[in-house]
Design a protein around this ligand. Structure first.
Ligand code: NAD
Length: 309
């Protein structure tokens, strides 16, 4: 019987590679392979594993031969011609669940950073200052967090926030289908306008779609509590950055924490440069655990798929 063969085209965490080998698959490591070289050998494999570097184009898929699956260790599928794969009956697998906990933990960290002014305190210490009296913060316990988008990440943020003693309200377009999770967490589902008006912190966890572009715009920011905080670790363009900058400058909002930007890296630093903004360079998924999960989750899915034939 011919062995089921998997070609790894980009570096992935070794745990996933080990899982594939232990499942009896022949795994060939060719990180860096591209273009004609990939087209020349892809037909001899049952599956290929890529990250974002390898372009799985129509030409690559045309040479696919016995290929049954393209696995993307990670979330985005922009580097894969998904339509063409579908036409050819080739499965496309990815691991959107891998970074969820990493992002949720970052959001909690950003909330603490805003409430206790940790980045500001650290910067002052590095300058050799002792400005203890100017750094009075507030506690998260008892505050209300509004979670917009109650999917994988929104659910985990809500769960962690509840464990900190926060009240959690949430809004999602498919909230009726998610009510079991909302109840499990002890959150409350509310209309968007009510969430905007009642939250001390608002965190967005929706995908960037035409309907969610600038979903948090001037109108929505205007509805938020005076002195509230906004967190965006989803996608930059979900928030109207210009409207946010104005609200932060006028004092309408007390602060914001951002991991994502309309332009990355942002050339215009007028938002990230504000004293009441805590910003990070899109590090939501940047944990060793999330990287490992990218590789082990796609390995598990591939093993399941190839074992089913
Ligand atoms: P998910 O698909 O599990 O959840 C998204 C939720 O948003 C769904 O429940 C969906 O019904 C809801 N939704 C969609 N449109 C909506 C709308 N108009 N109004 C209200 N709710 C709406 O996604 P996820 O895995 O939780 O990821 C959420 C976001 O986090 C995505 O934007 C993703 O790109 C981003 N993300 C960021 C990082 C990072 O590094 N900062 C890492 C991973 C994911």
């Amino acid at each position: 019987m011919t062995k089921v063969k998997v070609l790894i085209c980009d570096p992935i965490h070794e745990d996933g590679v080990k899982m594939l080998r232990e499942a009896g698959l022949q795994v060939d490591l060719r990180p860096g392979i591209a273009g004609d070289e990939l087209i020349g050998i892809v037909g001899g494999y049952d599956a290929i594993v890529v990250r974002s570097r390898t372009k799985v184009t129509r030409e690559v898929l045309a040479a696919a031969g016995r290929l049954k699956a393209v696995a993307r260790a990670g979330v985005g599928l922009d580097n894969i011609d998904v339509e063409e794969a579908k036409k050819r009956g080739i499965h496309v697998i990815n691991s959107p669940e891998a970074p969820s906990n990493a992002v949720a933990e970052l959001v909690i960290g950003l909330m603490f950073s805003l409430a206790r002014r940790i980045p500001e305190a650290d910067a002052s210490m590095k300058r050799g200052e002792w400005i203890k009296r100017r750094l009075t913060g507030f506690e998260l316990r008892g505050r209300t967090l509004g979670v917009i988008g109650f999917g994988r990440i929104g659910y985990l943020v809500a769960k962690k926030a509840k464990a900190l003693g926060m009240g959690v309200i949430t809004y999602d377009v498919i909230i009726d289908k998610l009510m079991n999770y909302v109840k499990e967490v002890g959150a409350e589902a509310v209309p968007l306008d009510e969430l905007l008006a009642s939250s001390d912190f608002i965190t967005v966890h929706v995908p960037l779609l035409p309907q969610t572009r600038h979903m948090i715009g001037r109108r929505e920011i205007g509805m938020m509590k005076r002195g509230a905080y906004l967190i965006n670790a989803a996608r930059g363009a979900i928030v109207d950055e210009e409207a946010l900058r104005e609200a932060l400058t006028s004092g309408r909002l007390a602060g914001a924490a951002l991991d994502v930007y309309e332009e990355e890296p942002p050339r215009d630093t007028s938002l990230t440069g504000l004293a009441n903004v805590v910003s990070t360079p899109h590090i939501g998924a940047a944990t060793v655990e999330a990287q490992r999960a990218n590789s082990t989750i796609v390995a598990e899915k591939l093993i399941g798929l190839l074992a089913r034939g």
